[in-house]
Design a binder for this molecule. Sequence first.
Ligand code: ADP
Ligand code: MG
Length: 347
Amino acid sequence: MSFLTSLFKFTSHDMAIDLGTANTVVYVRGRGIVLNEPSVVAVETLNGVKRVKAVGDDAKLMMGKTPDSIEAIRPLRDGVIADIDIAEQMIKWFISKVHGHRRFLRFPEIVICVPSGSTSVERRAIRDAASNAGASQVFLIEEPMAAAIGADMPVTEPIGSMVVDIGGGTTEVAVLSLRGLAYTTSVRVGGDKMDEAIVSYVRRHHNLLIGEATAERIKKEYGIAQKPADGVGATIHIKGRDLVNGVPKEIAINQGQIADALAEPIGTIVEGVRIALENTAPELAADIVDQGIVLTGGGALLKGLDEELRDETGLPVTVAEDPLTCVAIGTGRAMEDPVFRGVLQTA
Ligand SMILES: Nc1ncnc2c1ncn2[C@@H]1O[C@H](COP(=O)(O)OP(=O)(O)O)[C@@H](O)[C@H]1O
Ligand SMILES: [Mg+2]
């Protein structure tokens, strides 16, 4: 390798970005994952002028606790880009956080993973944001494809496989074969809807108002997709505000009740998988019987969700090794390994 080539390699800051509805994960060529933060932007409005106050971890800590002048925004919340300006600022913020103030011999190439439901206008906006942040070339990759590559599924072979990526705002179900998406569907249900289901269950059954952050914590710690064997499981103490007399109070519920609360969003995810299976060509369906279904995304970590899908479909179901970073790793591999060049999109 010539001196110049090695210098080029050394200073390469090519990046792969998983722009998730809940978390943004950045992978740098040759280094792996270097950033993993919530897709949240805290915006302050002073005298009618909006200013970004914090992004990522710092901004998420402010959610539900901001004064009137500050708003914590999740620009991609439901899988569509609700606020393109904020999304652009967030992308730029993360890119510059990774790069620091280093100077480059050449500007980096960036591969961004987008939700497969995003429109061409949204895709163009994401591409522009990355270009404006200094990227010389921007490629996009479909989320289910990135998830499947990250989970080591046989996407380049003529073998059908199914990936179910359960993110914050959406669940993407896809059948892949020969570097392509043979079938894909996206349902607007993911971890957020599970959090909301817990909030409304506690409100309805206990007259207690809790925040989404509290609900998410309960879900991660005690959430369960199927009722525990004894129907009850662990007891959970939850603090919030009493809806009747307005004062803070604590109640106790059990894991069986959490399973009841989560039944609806989980049912919608199961339904999405069933529709995808019904729409899969017979030869590919036959492969899926052998290959099974692979779960990725943070929602795959919900206890018992694999079991529930196994029961409902009769197929083998496995959870990818690291569901929360799987998509970023797959996006990174697609950037690094020429075998996957064909899955990168330029428009
Ligand atoms: N242990 C867990 N159990 C259940 N849900 C989880 C767990 N860990 C993370 N999650 C949920 O996963 C979702 C985020 O997943 P992620 O794949 O990062 O989403 P996205 O790709 O949309 O950004 C959040 O709703 C989060 O609450
Ligand atoms: Mg994701």
